[in-house]
Design a protein around this ligand. Sequence first.
Ligand SMILES: N[C@@H](CCC[C@H](N)C(=O)O)C(=O)O
Length: 298
Amino acid sequence: MPIAFSKYHGLGNNFILIDNRHQAEPLLSQAEAIEWCDRNFGIGADGVIFLLPDTNSQESGQGNGHVMRIFNSDGSEPEMCGNGVRCLAKFMQDLEIKPIAADPTNGQPNPHYKLQTGAGLIGLQLDADGQITVDMGEPHLLAKEIPTTLVDAEEKAIAIDLEVAGQTWQVTTVSMGNPHCITFIDDVAKIDLAAIGPQFEHHSAFPQRINTEFIQVRDRNYVKMLVWERGAGATLACGTGACAVVVAGVLNNVCDRQCTVNLPGGDLRIHWSETTNHVMMTGPAVKVFTGLQADGIN
Ligand SMILES: N[C@@H](CCC[C@H](N)C(=O)O)C(=O)O
């Protein structure tokens, strides 16, 4: 049976989405995901995202019965994806899955979905202007949570020197469920992403590899970001990365908690709440096309 799929993007970070609600295992293997993501011989994408049933949450009454899983374009499985989860919220709307009703008395001014992910239960608000606001949960900062060997397991790596490609970079590491290494620099235009990105990704200080964000601060509320993603390479945007950047910016005292992150694909609005410690991310999600798997790809 050919598999039906849809293509969505969040600021150019693009994904193949599969309605996988009828079975608990993803319809594609990790090897097939590599073929589907190939931009020359496949559909082309930064990753494949599956909307799966969540029998546990249905039983416990948590969430509204769905799970997100994602494979990167190299077939690896990350814990979380910020742009991907917004695309999935749009996909759920397009599939006419009923959202949970707004409840302003309970801090929920808009209809929303709840999804289980590798980073825990995520709340997705469907904003009146068509954007999606995601409660990305709390950042994790201990070295053992990233993981990184840059400092002792129970310590935080904030503004630590790291040697990469014969240069010393000052880095801060943050987990938004998945691992990020952030470095603040003078000018992102000077970065040769294809040359330097893989050297960060595979550095021995990061046993589970790493996503790397190169950041130029324009002012405390606006930064410019280039990203090299673990398992996907240079992408036009990274939602978890933008959240990690604002957390790192606050910890390094170069950003405010409310900050716009400008990426090659556009802007994300990030707010790291002082009261809840949760990071909120607001941005768009766009449907590009739907299709049916052809014979050419497995
Ligand atoms: N682009 C995503 C992150 C996808 C996962 C990442 N490549 C990883 O391996 O951790 C985002 O928008 O957050």
